[in-house]
Design a protein. Structure first.
Length: 161
């Protein structure tokens, strides 16, 4: 099937098999390997990206379901060579160890901060509760998101909306 979608602000048209998962489309067909593929069962959340401005686990979405829609990946967070405050916060507060869950955490964090620019620790923990980090106790991830909240200024605008 032929699909056309907007990925990180760029319109893309590709032929895909109807059974191809969105996570494999962005990684294998577009070379956007920041979106990680973990469990393939929607349990871990490493594959979170945005579909029409909403975080989704891309291992549960077929690429054909994204036809005519907007996708934003972790690569779409940085703007004009500048890291998004969420990305910078993960760096500043050591919000990662192995880094495998990091892209999905960042996409969820950016969505949270776009809708709640000053979340409490409990709100941050609730927002990331659908994602698993096997390396940390989430303390530094929460600190990273708080850092981003304190350094974000105005809410970020969605790319490609």
């Amino acid at each position: 099937m032929q699909i056309t979608l907007t990925v990180n602000g760029e319109q893309i048209t590709r032929d895909v098999e109807p059974r191809l998962l969105l996570v494999h489309f962005v990684r294998d067909h577009l070379g956007l390997t920041g979106t990680h593929w973990g469990c393939d069962t929607s349990n871990c959340g490493t594959c979170v990206l945005w579909l029409d401005g909403t975080p989704v686990k891309s291992c549960t979405v077929l690429a054909v379901m994204a036809d005519g829609r907007s996708v934003r990946t972790v690569e779409g967070l940085e703007r004009d060579g500048e890291l998004d405050p969420v990305q910078q916060g993960f760096f500043e507060e050591h919000g990662l160890q192995c880094g495998f869950c990091t892209p999905g955490m960042m996409m969820t964090a950016r969505h949270l901060l776009d809708h709640n620019p000053d979340p409490s620790e409990a709100e941050i923990r609730e927002a990331i509760s659908g994602q698993i980090c096997r390396c940390t106790g989430y303390e530094n991830i929460v600190k990273a998101i708080r850092w981003a909240a304190e350094h974000s200024g105005a809410a970020e605008e969605e790319v490609g909306a």
